[in-house]
Design a protein around this ligand. Structure first.
Ligand code: NAP
Length: 292
């Protein structure tokens, strides 16, 4: 039977540390601020935005939310982002994706200042992750790494297999596992003999977006299994990409869905916002020591 990696508990522990960091920053005269922009009325996105706002409040981060109508023009959206880029009270800017189809996601992401890109989607930040010299880590893969670290799982020398190669999960996940000295294989929809590859994994991270995609036949006994998937069953219940009931008896560690990777994503967003505010505080400290 696998040990359960309790994402909810680990996220709560990290949020306490974040709240302490926020207090320390406030004492230095800087309250971290996050701006969240939502365009349109996608109900799932509205829930994510509400959760982010709540998490900010719990940790002492100031949040501003901008809920824009679905017919917002690209120029209007870009003007708001430029205004927030220039606002010293805002340390992180997040544009909730997906955007309505008339808005170009790439242009929007490129307009966010890399210093405030707490989602780490801007090409400057993506490049920094590649060379291992980063300010912000992409939230979901960083959340996975924190789960592994806090469960005492060392990636050094391990066979790590990532299923999925999206820009927001699979690719950066592979890079972070590589930085943690894992031997990394990335699989996708064209991978041949997928089960043969996944069965080599000591650490298996699954980010496909299909309920019960990974069964026991795809997992090596004793493997660590991290399920990033978030899928809705017909009855509305949230479920992962891993068939939990089948895989749990043979894995050494496993993340549940819900309560695994999910709570970590917002936590890492808060962490990035605090990191950005810390950089601001350092700049202010340097400026004031020059004045003295
Ligand atoms: P995505 O952009 O749709 O990417 C899915 C990946 O799975 C693609 O790389 C695709 O390969 C691969 N794939 C699809 N069918 C496959 C198959 N039969 N065999 C092997 N690989 C296959 O999805 P995503 O944004 O990465 O998200 C993945 C899942 O994670 C979703 O359920 C999403 O909701 C969830 N998610 C959760 C969180 C969280 O906070 N927990 C955050 C983000 C995402 P190709 O590239 O070849 O098409």
């Amino acid at each position: 039977m696998a040990k359960l990696i309790d994402g909810k508990a680990i996220a709560a522990e990290i949020r306490c540390e974040i709240a302490a960091d926020v207090q320390a920053l406030c004492a230095r005269g800087v309250q971290p601020g996050l701006a969240v922009i939502l365009v349109g009325d996608d109900p799932a996105s509205a829930v994510y935005v509400r959760n982010k706002k709540k998490a900010c409040e719990q940790t002492g981060i100031r949040s501003e939310s901008y809920e824009l109508p679905a017919d917002t023009t690209e120029e209007q959206l870009l003007a708001l982002i430029r205004k927030l880029n220039a606002d010293p009270a805002i340390h992180g800017i997040l544009v909730q994706l997906p955007l309505p189809s008339h808005l170009d996601q790439k242009t929007v992401i490129h307009t966010i200042s890399p210093e405030k890109d707490v989602d780490a989607f801007h090409p400057v930040n993506v490049g920094k992750i590649m060379i291992g010299d980063y300010d912000f880590l992409p939230c979901t893969p960083a959340g996975v790494m924190a789960l592994l670290e806090r469960s005492g799982i060392d990636c050094t020398g391990k066979e790590c297999v990532v299923v999925g190669r999206s820009n927001i999960v699979g690719k950066p996940q592979a890079m972070l596992l590589l930085h943690a000295n894992g031997t990394v294989t990335v699989c996708h929809s064209h991978t041949k003999n997928l089960a043969e590859v996944t069965r080599r994994a000591d650490i298996l991270v699954v980010a496909v977006g299909r309920a019960d995609f990974v069964g026991a036949d795809m997992v090596k006994p004793g493997a660590v299994v991290v399920d990033v998937g978030m899928n809705r069953r017909a009855d509305g219940k949230l479920t992962g990409d891993v068939d939990f009931a089948a895989v749990e008896p043979i894995a050494s560690y496993i993340t549940p869905v819900p309560g695994g990777v999910g709570p970590m994503t917002i936590t890492m967003l808060l962490k990035n916002t605090v990191k950005s505010a810390e950089k601001s505080a350092e700049t202010l400290d340097r400026q004031s020591s020059r004045v003295i």
